[in-house]
Design a protein around this ligand. Structure first.
Ligand code: XIL
Length: 408
């Protein structure tokens, strides 16, 4: 498997990537690699296909199209093809982001990493950052009071480390995916603060040094303005639960970056203003906070005004905060047409443009393959195909648009 370092005595060589110019032509490519000390391995072509990985040197490489058949295989060493037809290029999102010193990430699941090699390979090849779609949420890491279960989350972090990826932590305090015991025990304010502190301490101590930032509080603001009063945390503690969470997190780990994360503030408007007021007040009063996460779960029909959205984001940066786009996806309302798919591509490019204009330091997608996305079930089947790879892991026009925007 390409992801696993192969034992190899030769020193690691620079990674080389095989990429034809258009994603469509990947489908017809075959790539043959002779691994050091090992046999020949053939793979169907993939964008940015990593011929060498983790020091596993390939002796030589054949690249051919399925139409040509193996007989006409080009047997030239990969580097000789640079710039030629089917040029060798470092065309993965990860490489484009690395060159900009940006994080490009995806939400993912440790179960799928273990089960589907293609899922794991695509993730490691294309992203330099990952976030747990679910397995670091309270319901999973503390299913019973005082009993933490970090198994799946540990496997995810180990995968990230093997593949030199950074890990965003998501999320410590949220009204959803709380274990039943945490929200239904009728805790007093003081007890609830204790529960929250113990949860934050337990999780941060466990992942210290391995997770570089945390969404400390998720979605505390209501859609219509003000606090989300139905949150069990709000009901048990009151509005100061948000700042209490940040203080507990800072006490638990002085080094990790602390984020507030929410949706609905991706465009200028009352929720963005509310969030801005909240974090500015935190900074004025010395509540520890390092960054803000903008989720960007928006359908393709939401055309975003690039300069207005960039200005909206930039004002947070000007407070000295980091900004991450944390949960990008872009569902297409059915029936889905190629025209809508290309609209999706240009809207994705627009979002990357907003991020680059505003100095956003991480661009995280809420998944990467349309095979696995929360969008169809969340929208009751109304929307689909929200991500950069199709359900067979082929790059979509949206992948190309994001790649080009990052590489430009
Ligand atoms: C979603 C996951 O994608 C789903 O699998 C799960 O059933 C519910 O949560 N905002 C967030 C994410 O902050 O944690 C949510 O993730 C999507 C909305």
């Amino acid at each position: 498997c390409l992801l696993m370092p192969l034992s190899c005595t030769s020193p690691p060589r620079t990674s080389r990537f095989f990429s034809p110019k258009t994603p469509e032509s990947f489908a017809s490519l075959m790539i043959r690699v002779r691994r050091c000390g090992g046999g020949l391995h053939d793979w169907p072509g993939k964008p940015g296909f990593e011929l060498e990985n983790h020091g596993a040197a390939d002796e030589y490489v054949h690249v051919w199209t399925r139409a040509e058949g193996k007989k006409r295989a080009g047997c030239r060493p990969a580097e000789k093809k640079r710039g030629g037809k089917g040029m060798i290029a470092d065309q993965t999102l990860r490489m484009a982001a690395d060159r900009r010193n940006l994080l490009v990430g995806a939400a993912c699941s440790p179960h799928l990493i273990a089960r589907e090699p293609e899922y794991a390979q695509t993730l490691a090849r294309e992203f330099n950052c990952l976030v747990a779609e679910n397995c670091m949420k309270a319901a999973y890491v503390q299913p019973e009071r005082g009993r933490f279960d970090f198994g799946p989350a540990d496997r995810l972090v180990a995968f990230a480390e093997e593949n030199r990826m950074r890990v965003r932590g998501h999320t410590l305090v949220w009204h959803n995916q709380m274990p039943e015991w945490m929200k239904t025990a009728g805790f007093s304010r003081e007890e609830a603060l204790g529960v929250m502190r113990d949860h934050i301490r337990g999780v941060l101590a466990h992942f210290k040094g391995r997770v570089f930032c945390w969404d400390v509080v998720n979605e505390a603001l209501a859609d219509g303005g003000g606090w989300r009063m139905k949150s069990p945390w709000f009901q048990m503690i009151g509005p100061d639960y948000v700042e209490a969470a940040f203080r507990f997190a800072r006490e638990a780990d002085p080094d990790v970056l602390l984020f507030y994360n929410d949706y609905g503030m991706d465009q200028p408007g009352s929720k963005a203003d509310e969030c801005y007021r909240m974090v500015r007040d935190f900074l004025d009063r010395g509540v520890p906070i390092d960054g803000v996460g903008f989720q960007y779960h928006l359908g393709v029909e939401n055309h975003l005004d690039r300069s207005a959205c960039a200005a909206n984001v930039r004002r947070f940066r000007e407070l000295g905060l980091a900004v991450h786009f944390t949960e990008m996806d872009m569902g297409i309302r059915k029936p889905i047409t190629d025209e809508l798919r290309s609209q999706q591509a240009s809207e994705y490019a627009n979002r990357v443009g907003i991020a680059l204009d505003a100095g956003v330091s991480a661009l995280v997608f809420w998944g990467f393959t349309d095979k696995y996305s929360w969008v169809p079930s969340f929208t009751k089947g109304e929307y689909d195909e929200p991500l950069l790879f199709d359900s067979s892991y082929r790059p979509k026009p949206a992948w190309k648009a994001v790649f080009d925007a990052l590489a430009s």
